[in-house]
Design a protein around this ligand. Structure first.
Ligand code: DLL
Length: 437
């Protein structure tokens, strides 16, 4: 009888040398495809890689130059395309809100391989065909919706393709179909709880058991808040459009950081300043090579996400190494009056304060020549029933704890729930008006 804890036990529990054999074999295949893409034809020739034969070992990967978001933009739309257009069955693009969009192409075989990783991820969390899966990520060009949709169908779950937004309808669907697993951004999930009472629905009327949370940064404290609020298990899911979206790394039942599916992705951690490869355990920028996409090869892609690799074995028996949660991005560091501050530090502090509710925002503006940081925080509504003095005390406490972590004292504003803007997809946590000057 097959072991229900795994989707593909053989590869998920393979030894290091077996994984590396698969990686090498697949890397050669990807290099062969890449030589058909205008971008890589030039790049690979420059470093003397003219065929798969030139990849003798995995170390040869390091000869391949890093690829960056700008390369994708400059070669938009077809510079990375490595197959005849007729072979492509799907594209996804980024939103393009910050400039030229980026696009990925998939053949039917690419899509099949990506879907399998999602089925594998779902099963790793202990979910299975008996579950009712409500997919609350937006469908369309964003990879979050369709990616998990096909993975969940492959597992045999009953899929509710709800898409993003329309909270009232989402809650109704959860109730009517007794949804057991949600796929959702953590900020949106944190928000929904405050709406249940408005819709006359209690947690007891729902049947939630698990949530797959991802697509945006969140702290361990935010995960705990989700788990306590809904009395469910929340599993971190990491991915990016450039690597096919979700399914790059996922937590297993032990929720002890995210297994990177190493037969499909080679992960390197580099020093983002020097490009030097860092040893396991050291924090740096995540660099990924996709081994399963032939329509559009992408090797050594600099994600700008910061994390580190765990090597100690996981109790689940999977041998694929784990990535820490994303600790920040190389491009999200704020410099406030000369002090470096990561938004993740702020979230980490405020989410551990029990009176703090589920939404917050960070504002930075100019105040004369100086920068002014304000952290706006929503409290649970019962807090506002107390005395004003109590609120002032809490404000001072939040300010103290923040300044102990980030070394500058921000202004703190406390609000009732429902005041700060909510996103039904990725949350906008930082509003930096200095950039508009
Ligand atoms: O957000 C893909 C995805 C969809 C992942 C659904 C997980 C679930 P992009 O829109 O290209 O793709 O955004 C990718 O989002 O480089 C990270 O900075 C961030 N991100 C994604 N997952 C996580 C996570 C999708 N679990 C960018 N923790 C990535 C922290 C995350 N950040």
């Amino acid at each position: 009888m097959s072991d229900v804890r795994y989707w593909n036990k053989e590869i998920e529990t393979a030894g290091r040398s077996e994984i590396e054999t698969v990686q090498l074999d697949r890397l050669r295949g990807i290099v062969t495809s890449a030589l058909n893409a205008p971008f890589y034809k030039k790049q690979l020739c420059k470093v003397g890689i003219n065929s798969a034969e030139d990849i003798k070992s995995l170390d040869d990967l390091r000869r391949i130059p890093f690829a960056e978001k700008d390369d994708l933009r400059q070669n938009y739309p077809k510079g990375f395309l490595a197959v005849e257009p007729g072979e492509v069955v799907r594209i996804h693009t980024s939103s393009g809100t910050t400039g030229i969009p980026t696009v990925i192409y998939l053949t039917a075989a690419d899509l099949n391989a990506a879907t399998d990783l999602l089925a594998r991820s779902i099963v790793a969390t202990g979910a299975g065909r008996e579950d009712v899966f409500q997919n609350m990520m937006s469908y369309g060009l964003f990879t979050g919706g369709l990616g998990l949709h096909y993975g969940a169908e492959r597992v045999g779950m009953m899929v509710i393709p709800a898409g993003g937004g329309n909270t009232k309808r989402q809650v109704q669907l959860m109730k009517d179909f007794q949804t057991t697993v949600l796929h959702i951004t953590p900020s949106y999930l944190l928000h929904i709880d405050s709406k249940l009472a408005d819709y006359g629905v209690t947690l007891e009327q729902l049947n939630l058991k698990k949530a797959f949370i991802g697509a945006e940064p969140h702290s361990e404290n935010a995960r705990c808040k989700i788990e306590d609020t809904y009395r469910i298990d929340a599993y971190n899911s990491y991915g990016l459009s450039e690597m096919n979206g979700p399914g790059v790394a996922f937590e297993c039942v032990y929720k002890n950081d995210l297994h990177v599916w190493e037969d499909a992705y080679i992960v390197e951690i580099i020093d983002s300043e020097t490009g030097q490869i860092l040893p396991d355990g050291q924090e740096g920028e995540v660099v990924l090579t996709n081994l399963i996409r032939h329509a559009m090869p992408l090797m050594r892609y600099r994600t700008r996400d910061l994390a580190f690799i765990h090597t100690e074995p996981c109790k689940c028996g999977r041998s694929h190494r784990r990535l820490s949660r994303i600790l920040g991005r190389t491009d999200d560091m704020l410099i406030i009056n000369g002090v470096n501050v990561f938004p993740s530090q702020i979230e980490e502090v405020i989410m551990r304060i029990p009176e703090v509710g589920t939404n917050y925002q960070i504002y930075i503006e100019k105040d004369g020549v100086l920068d002014r940081l304000t952290v706006k925080v929503e409290l649970y509504s019962k807090m506002f029933l107390g005395e004003a003095k109590q609120i002032e005390k809490l404000k001072a406490k939040i300010r103290e704890e923040l300044s102990a972590s980030i070394t500058i004292k921000p202004a703190v504003e406390l609000h009732e729930p429902g005041i700060l803007p909510v996103s039904e997809g990725k949350a906008v946590r930082v509003v930096d008006s200095r950039k508009q000057l």
